[in-house]
Design a protein around this ligand. Structure first.
Ligand SMILES: [Zn+2]
Length: 119
């Protein structure tokens, strides 16, 4: 991967990061605040869990994606961006273009999706 490609992926990741972050921000304003939910005791949380399950899911998904993007940016800086985090093989550029936050090659991702790989 040359410097130009690295720059392009970095830009793509930063744009995606900004859009996820602003979505989370919008969610925080309109939805049930995440901070409050975490402060509740477990029993009360269980009662409230069903009502806010959908919202929590969205926030968690966003947070996971944000983590993945940050990780991808770190990998980009470290020069290991194109390397599969599991098997070490090169991740095809086409896959990274379609999903810039991907850290696994297609084979390993399929294994992970099927539950054959650890988190
Ligand atoms: Zn792999």
């Amino acid at each position: 991967m040359d410097a130009q490609q690295t720059d392009r992926f970095r830009k793509q990741l930063l744009e995606q990061r900004a859009s996820v972050a602003s979505e989370m921000e919008a969610h925080r304003i309109t939805g049930d605040p995440v901070e409050d939910r975490e402060r509740r005791d477990p029993e009360e949380q269980a009662v409230n869990a069903t009502a806010s399950l959908v919202e929590t899911r969205i926030t968690e998904d966003d947070e996971n994606l944000l983590k993945k993007i940050d990780l991808a940016l770190e990998r980009l800086d470290a020069g290991t961006y194109q390397q599969c985090a599991n098997c070490g093989k090169k991740i095809p550029l086409a896959r990274l273009r379609a999903k810039p936050s991907a850290s696994l090659c297609l084979n390993c991702q399929e294994d992970k999706d099927a539950g054959r790989l650890g988190p």
